[in-house]
Write a protein that binds this ligand. Structure first.
Ligand code: GFB
Length: 307
């Protein structure tokens, strides 16, 4: 409980909840750095920080992230920023003698036409989804880097691959956000403006799995405490919904009765992305918050920050 923990990305969606959960669970020796204090893309600054602070446990939740449109429009930034952050932190962790590091990946690492649900073994068995290829390649490099540092140097670096996450502290910017916060905001604003319709990107047919971020944070801490194998782990619920069903659920939570209008000029992305979470369940970890409850909590938070 006294070991020095560094949460990288503590202002992001996952990092902020990891920090909060660690504090709730009684961890006291936690360090964080804002982007202005430490630019994780700067290799020498990162190494200096690790050598000086000598943290023992690292949650690597810092990343350049975004929804389908941001990924598709800015692939150079997604690959460069993520590779730099990961390489710098993972290598500095090794050089400074970190005991254990948890690297956060993404379910978009799996092939576009992957058999469903997607088991860990299906990595690198097919072509990636083009809209997020840059991000996926960076995340695959990160998980492989952890694997190779374990193999060659005997490090204890673990990777987890979460499904689509959502919750308080998410990004609600309509151009760069993921689908859930985008639809929550659009439907809320349509209700306020008495607008008869809401625009939903794509066909509404793609299937996605959503995990409430607090569950994700608890899973990360549980894995950091209890799991030492070199193989990476999927983190999800094992439950999927179509984008159309998601929009209907959000309409119910918000209390909006207008129509959904599907803009098929926008990309659908991968048709289906359901994780096989049997290995996680074998460890005894199950999600607690289901989709409706999670959306209700997120909407409550969203209304509070608007005040
Ligand atoms: O959440 P999302 O942006 O990302 O989009 P991905 C999921 C689906 O929702 C797509 C549709 O089929 C979108 O077309 N969608 C409908 C919308 N309306 C909207 C909207 O208003 N905004 C957004 N953003 N989508 C991302 C990857 O893939 O998922 C990342 O690009 C990462 O690399 C992340 O892996 C978890 O699930 O398609």
């Amino acid at each position: 409980m006294e070991g020095k923990i560094y949460v990288a990305g503590h202002r992001g969606l996952v990092g902020s909840h990891i920090l909060e959960c660690l504090q709730e669970q009684g961890y006291t020796n936690i360090i964080t750095m804002t982007r202005n204090e430490l630019d994780l893309r700067n290799q020498s600054a990162v190494l200096d920080f690790f050598m000086e602070e000598k943290p023992q446990y690292i949650f690597l939740a810092a990343a350049h992230v975004g929804g389908i449109q941001a990924n598709n429009t800015y692939p150079a930034e997604f690959i460069m920023n993520n590779l730099q952050i990961q390489c710098n932190v993972i290598d500095a962790a090794y050089k400074s003698g970190v005991k254990k590091l948890l690297f956060l990946g993404s379910s978009c690492i799996y092939p576009k036409m992957c058999p469903q649900p997607m088991a860990e073994e299906y990595l690198l068995t097919g072509e990636l989804e083009p809209t997020n290829e840059a991000y996926a390649i960076a995340k695959i490099a990160g998980l492989k880097m952890c694997e190779f540092y374990n193999r060659q140097y005997g490090a204890n670096f673990i990777s987890v691959m979460p499904t689509n996450l959502y919750g308080p502290n998410d990004n609600f910017d309509l151009e760069s956000s993921h689908v859930l916060p985008a639809l929550l905001r659009k439907i809320h604003e349509a209700k306020l403006n008495n607008s008869p319709t809401v625009e939903v990107w794509g066909s509404g047919e793609p299937l996605r799995e959503f995990l409430y971020v607090k569950d994700m944070a608890e899973a990360c801490i549980c894995i950091m405490e209890n799991y030492d194998a070199a193989n990476f782990l999927n983190i999800g619920t094992g439950v999927e919904v179509s984008i159309r069903q998601l929009a209907e659920i959000i309409k119910n939570v918000v209390g909006y009765s207008g129509e959904l209008v599907f803009d098929v000029s926008k990309p659908d992305g991968t048709p289906r992305k359901l994780l096989d979470v049997s290995k996680l369940h074998d460890l005894g970890w199950y999600h607690k918050v289901d989709l409706i409850e999670g959306i209700e909590k997120t909407y409550k938070w969203y209304l509070e920050i608007l005040i």
